[in-house]
Design a protein. Structure first.
Length: 279
């Protein structure tokens, strides 16, 4: 996985060099107050979306408004229900998927037949970029967690878009690098921290990327099962249950059916050895 990501980054930088780009994009990945929107029954035209509607760190949020509008006009729109697979692991195909609304999960098959939850992607995120750039089989499966809308973009159109908009190519390279950094952090966490601290780190990060302020704390708007959380943290489901029970006893979190509410984010971050500068 890491090798494929590095290849993708190299290809992106070569595209930028060929176009004579003279500067790097100004903003790096920022996680922060993600604004969540209720999925509306009617499709909205891209021009009706404002900058603030795209969560921080997503590919669409990184782009300048005119460039964003160009990208939104490249693909064919689809609207699907929950449980729809939009990218299949192992299939040799090269189109990209630009998520516009909804939540998706990225999973990969394990040797024992189970699936590992690798990450979550939301409206504004781009998925499938590695296969589009290197023509390799899909490395993971992307499935909708609820009603979703997305655009399917053909690779030749996307590559032309990157050549015409070198800043977008640089932002894509930065996004791929940030995803690699996140994966590396997870691997380091597995070997460096006990389960309770891993859970604290993952939950604190989910607060920043998928959280909204509620009356009793920050509600993580992601319907995660305990097996899902176990695969993210690299622990057994029993260990996750124990860690969540201890975090509830400490007054840091509340848990409900597939929902986590963080009551004391500062203490949770301190427990997970997370500094304010951590991405």
């Amino acid at each position: 996985m890491a090798v494929l990501v590095l290849i993708a980054v190299r290809l992106l930088l070569e595209i930028v060099a060929a176009t004579g780009a003279s500067r790097y994009a100004q903003e790096r990945l920022r996680f922060g107050s993600c604004r969540w929107r209720r999925l509306r029954p009617q499709m909205r035209r891209p021009r009706e979306l404002s900058d603030g509607e795209w969560p921080y760190g997503t590919f669409l949020q990184r782009l300048a408004p005119p460039v964003r509008m160009t990208l939104l006009g490249l693909g064919v729109r689809r609207q699907v229900p929950a449980g729809q697979i939009v990218i299949h692991e192992g299939i040799r195909e090269s189109h990209l998927v630009l998520l516009e609304e909804g939540l998706t999960k990225v999973t990969a098959s394990l040797p024992d037949g189970r699936s590992a939850l690798l990450s979550l992607r939301v409206g504004g995120d781009l998925v499938g970029e590695m296969s589009a750039l290197n023509n390799a089989p899909r490395s993971a499966t992307v499935t909708t967690c609820g009603p979703a809308r997305y655009s399917v973009i053909q690779p030749d159109r996307f590559k032309r878009f990157l050549k015409e908009h070198p800043d977008a190519a640089l932002e894509l390279a930065a996004m791929v690098s940030d995803r690699l950094r996140w994966s590396n952090r997870r691997r380091i966490d597995f070997t460096s921290y006990p389960v309770k601290l891993r859970v604290a780190r993952v939950v604190a990060e989910l607060c920043r990327t998928h959280g909204r302020q509620g009356p009793d704390g920050i509600i993580i708007d992601v319907r995660l099962t305990q097996p899902d959380l176990a695969t993210i943290c690299g622990a057994s489901e029993t260990s996750i249950q124990k860690a969540l029970r201890e975090l509830r006893t400490d007054g840091l979190v509340d848990t409900d059916y597939r929902r986590i509410t963080v009551r004391d984010l500062a203490s949770l971050r301190k427990l997970g050895n997370l500094e304010s500068s951590d991405d």
